[in-house]
Design a binder for this molecule. Sequence first.
Ligand code: FAD
Length: 615
Amino acid sequence: MVAGASLIPFRGTAQSAMAALEPSYYPPAQNGLRGSHPGSYEHAHGRARSGQTDWGPGTDLNELYDLIVVGGGISGLAAARFYQQKHGADKKVIILDNHDDFGGHAKRNEHTVDGVLRLGEGGSESFENPHEFSETVLGLLGDIGVDMDRFKTSYDADFFKRHGLGAVTYFNRRTFGEDKVVRHPFCDYPGFVEGLMRPTLSFEEAVKQTPLTEKGKVQLLRVLNSGQHDLNLPKEELRKYIRSHSYFDFLKNTLGVDDPGVLTMARHTSVDYTGGGTDALNMSAALTSGALGSDPLVAWKDALGEGAYQKYVNKDGGTYAVEHPFTYHFPDGNATVARSLVKKMIPDVGPGANAEEIILSRFNYDELDKPDNRVRLRLSSTVVNVAHDGDPQSASEVSVNYIHKNKSYRVKGKSVVMACYNMMIPHIVTDLPGEQDAALRRLTKIPLQYSTVGLKNWRAMKELGIGMAMSPGNMHQAVGMDFPVSMGGYEFTKTPDDPCILHMRCAPRGDVDDVPRVEQFRNTREKMLNLTFDDYEAEIREHLGGMFPKLLFEFDRDVESITVNRWAHGYSYGNPGPVGRQPFGRITIANSDAVSSSLMNRAVEQAHRAVQELT
Ligand SMILES: Cc1cc2nc3c(=O)[nH]c(=O)nc-3n(C[C@H](O)[C@H](O)[C@H](O)COP(=O)(O)OP(=O)(O)OC[C@H]3O[C@@H](n4cnc5c(N)ncnc54)[C@H](O)[C@@H]3O)c2cc1C
């Protein structure tokens, strides 16, 4: 690539080649294929997969920055802010990102239904375990105007109970021969949010209502009543056993399950926590992620040990609740963190003095890359080469080459933070030391998909008592109401006659079985990116049409808009270790990938480390 890059002839120009954006340019309101949207990944794939180095004659923009950040997710944005805090707000910084919107996984989805704005999250949802946030993270959140106490009152924990909405299972006709909703989830999915109602049916009563065969019902009941007693092992051996044995092997060979319906239910219950089917997991991972038959608190307590994911019944009655609830959520998820960072560094982007006040603020994207900005944010710009101008140990500048609208551009920086997917770095910084290159090449990402649907009303949900429906056999394995949060003048849906957003979660699955998980991820990614919007719409039409009663729901009448957020590169997988994330000359490495984490707070901490490491 170093040789290839030098083949790109760069013309010099003093003018910015970026055209002004139309006032109508407002990506959060776009529906259709989002996340890894068409146009966002082709150049990176050309570089990483086909070794492409030639994008035609390039333009040297003659722009020199104190800092260039590659990747405009929370980590990249936080790196820019930490740099300002350390070196002064007069420093010139540019952030380059390949998407048409900033935020990385933390994207905002807007649906306007019958004139009413509904907000949702396209990816990164909530603060997880905020009681464990470091001073660095809390300091940054304070700096950008996030009031941590506000979450205690903005989440309407009584919403689900007030409307009788619980965790249920939708059995679809295609897989189970009949469309049926049973008011029992048969699993303990960690995505059951605070306040969602627990089932009141016993296992026996619920199993009777399923459309499984008689044999399937017997087997399902056996799985639900299973526990560590089925293995009959002493405590220490039990712990080792569940870490080294496949969950599916336990179902099939210890419990004797062979009914395809029960196995489909079991496969789909881990959804997004592990990013794949439970058939590829050991027992410990499957049970911790709430798989069918898991009741960590009771049946598997000794085997999983303290600290395993635990749900307990709210003493006030019948709702899901955990010790540290998953309620630190903005109406557009962690997109508010990304937007607050942008607002802090580019104040003219829109009104609002703190995180809460910007929730209803429509940002003017034309402000992001103004030549006079101290911090510029350049979208739809895929970085394909980063190289020191000379020896990495003594060079004073780094050249960064990116592709925008199929044209090649070059900017220069005194320092560079790589806050992009870490596995992409060896394809962009091609002269890394061998060990570091190898450590980064071992990484991959788990594909995930969140679809949001703008619904004109949710009478059908109310009628069936659906707060969240586990949906084995459908593309989206869990479908439900969004987090009931009202904040900053934004009001969550109030009555079943009002518009709402439906949140549909999917850990997609490719066509290959019995191969390592990384190969499953690769295969899944291909499949996901090859589907068209029509394919996704057809699936959602069949899913909602089959699940809701015909008298209360008609797809063409009641669905206003669909946004499919495909994350071909979602959660981190693999750890680069200290060697993989070490500095290289004037280049340092951020992103939550750097510590193999899929958490917003880790993305911030890694940004902080990367900025401190800059020479
Ligand atoms: C569906 C989903 C749900 C999640 N939910 C939660 C949650 O509830 N709570 C939580 O804490 N975390 C959650 N996460 C984890 C999420 O990854 C982190 O919260 C955080 O957003 C990561 O930020 P980041 O900046 O490290 O990475 P990213 O958000 O991935 O940002 C990296 C950016 O770099 C860009 N980039 C890559 N290559 C290039 C290139 N060559 N040139 C230019 N740009 C490039 C990427 O496209 C991306 O925009 C979720 C993730 C997903 C996918």
